[in-house]
Write a protein that binds this ligand. Structure first.
Ligand code: HEC
Length: 107
């Protein structure tokens, strides 16, 4: 029984290692995000278009300021880690916010 178990486990462990390895490669290769606009709509907008956070579009905030706040958080604003928004995606959402006009429904 013991010998049978050992024989069976070896290929299973090998398979698991291969699956984990390829999964990591995939995650590093392509972002789960399509565009800065999509990230803003799906993540930031929940607070920043709902009056929970201040309006951040239409203020020409520097992208470097936006990326720093997103990575480190700022008082009531939560930090977002690279495993959630990778550097490239963060840069694109920061540029999108920086260059977008203020939301229409403001004022
Ligand atoms: C859970 C709600 C929430 C989410 C989601 C959120 N924020 Fe915020 N954010 C806040 C709040 C609240 C503040 C104000 C913090 C304070 O002053 O205490 C803030 C502040 C900021 C500021 C500073 C604004 C200023 O007036 O200087 C920036 C820039 C910012 N957020 C960017 C983002 C970006 C980019 C995203 C999306 C990746 C995002 N936030 C997602 C709640 C949120």
């Amino acid at each position: 029984m013991k010998a049978l178990k050992r024989q069976f486990m070896r290929p299973v462990m090998l398979g698991a290692a291969l699956i984990l390895g390829s999964g990591q490669a995939l995650a590093a290769d392509d972002s789960q995000w399509e565009s800065g606009e999509q990230i803003y709509a799906k993540v930031c907008g929940h607070c920043h278009e709902a009056g929970v956070g201040p309006t951040i579009k239409g203020r020409s905030l520097p992208p470097s300021y936006i990326t720093a706040i997103v990575r480190h958080g700022f008082r009531a604003m939560p930090a977002f880690r690279a495993s959630f928004i990778d550097d490239q995606a963060l840069q694109s959402v920061a540029e999108y916010i920086s260059t977008s006009p203020a939301p229409q429904n403001e004022e």
